[in-house]
Design a protein around this ligand. Structure first.
Ligand SMILES: C=C(O[C@@H]1C=C(C(=O)O)C=C[C@H]1O)C(=O)O
Length: 380
């Protein structure tokens, strides 16, 4: 028996969905696939595609993986679809019994955080984002479309569903806009620095205030926001960052800084900006190159499309990309969930593990289970 049968995956998920406070759109069918390639060549491949004068919607939708050298997965959809309704307040019916395998085990994750802080102390990098994953398998059949409806209970997050090579799907509820280009205007909203929210309004406000006042979280955030600003600045005639604020999802606070700029050359396509930005220190580290090189050894796996980006490109050069966070990769044999946390000097391994646990709640609530595979308690 499998958690998600191949049939329920194909039958119940839209071919491409982005639904949240910023955008709500769905596309159906695959008209043509963009030849896959690394991020550095995406702008050229997309330009060739649009220049070829294909009929159909003048847009490419899909996902880019975390590793900028790995192959992306974009396609031209056949037609506009209907955004499916959410299920406000709903949580999963708990597909019990569910087996959950932790990769890496929690103790190994804490050891990796400790090793990373040593390497930060030795000057190898200033920040690195380490993740862990949960493999879910159950003795029931879940309809993937139901997971999506339940994810939409968090109206502060952007819910996405994107097909991946090999019949897999990536679904999630991300809080983070990586990049949007609308004409000459560009926007980004980097997040970094996190705290659990509380059901008690006073404790919840206190958690947000403590996050805003935390030296460790401000440093962690500052590295991400500054890198985004510094990377976009050469493309812009004007660019500005708003004040850093606590940004909520249903279960988490994050420190966020809105950035808005105006392109120097309005012909700079969204894909070129994406190639310059990804991966930011919100998901990778700073400086980027040594953090990227250290990640496979510290995490022990390939992230695939987790912490990559999901979004679209238009023939006009406009486009919009969200970070693929709070997500699960669904396949015919089960689901794999991912969550990461930024490590800087002074990071505590147990606190980083707790932060990843809090980030898993977004997806786990859709399945109705906790990290051990038991029914989720009502307080979660
Ligand atoms: C890496 C994740 O989230 C990112 C890391 C954050 C942090 O370290 O505080 C906050 C928001 C995201 O930019 C994740 O959700 O897996």
């Amino acid at each position: 028996m499998t958690l998600l049968s191949a049939q329920s995956l194909a039958a119940r998920l839209p071919d491409f969905l982005i639904a949240g406070p910023g955008h709500a759109l769905a596309w159906e069918g695959v008209r043509r696939r963009l030849a896959a390639g690394p991020l550095a060549s995406l702008a050229a491949r997309a330009a060739d595609f649009f220049a070829a004068g294909h009929d159909g919607p003048q847009r490419l939708v899909g996902a880019v993986p975390f590793d900028p050298q790995a192959a992306d997965a974009l396609f031209q959809p056949a037609r506009e679809g209907t955004v499916p309704a959410g299920a406000p307040g709903a949580r999963g019916p708990a597909l019990l019994p569910v087996q959950v395998r932790h990769e890496p085990p929690a103790a190994a994750f804490r050891a990796a955080v400790a090793r990373a802080t040593e390497r930060i102390g030795a000057g190898e990098f200033d920040k690195i984002v380490l993740s862990r994953s949960l493999h879910l398998a159950a003795s029931g059949d879940e309809e993937a479309g139901n997971l999506l409806a339940r994810l939409r209970a968090d109206t502060l997050a952007t819910v996405f569903s994107v097909p991946l090579p090999g019949g897999r799907h990536l679904i999630g509820a991300t809080p983070e806009l990586l990049l949007e280009r609308r004409g000459a205007q560009v926007f980004s909203h980097p997040l970094a620095g996190s705290a659990r929210r509380s059901a008690d309004p006073r404790a919840d406000r206190a958690a947000a205030a403590a996050l805003l006042g935390s030296d460790k979280d401000r440093r962690e955030h500052g590295m991400a926001a500054e890198m985004v600003l510094d990377t976009l600045a050469p493309f812009c005639r004007r660019i500005a960052a708003e004040e850093t604020r606590p940004v909520p999802t249903a279960r988490m606070w994050h420190l966020g800084t809105r950035i808005a700029g105006e392109l120097r050359d309005p012909d700079t396509p969204c894909a070129a900006l994406l190639a310059a930005l990804h991966p930011t220190p919100a998901v990778c580290g700073l400086p980027r190159a040594p953090a990227l090189a250290a990640l496979p050894g510290l995490e022990g796996y390939d992230r695939g499309f987790y912490a990559g980006a999901v979004g679209w490109l238009e023939a006009s050069g406009d486009g919009c990309w969200y970070l693929a966070l709070r997500c699960a990769e669904l396949s015919a044999t089960g689901a794999r969930l991912y969550a990461g946390a930024g490590v800087v000097a002074g990071s505590d391994p147990a606190a980083e593990e707790a932060e990843t646990s809090a980030k898993f709640l977004a997806m786990l609530a859709a399945f109705g289970i906790d990290e051990s595979g038991n029914p989720m308690s009502p307080e979660e």
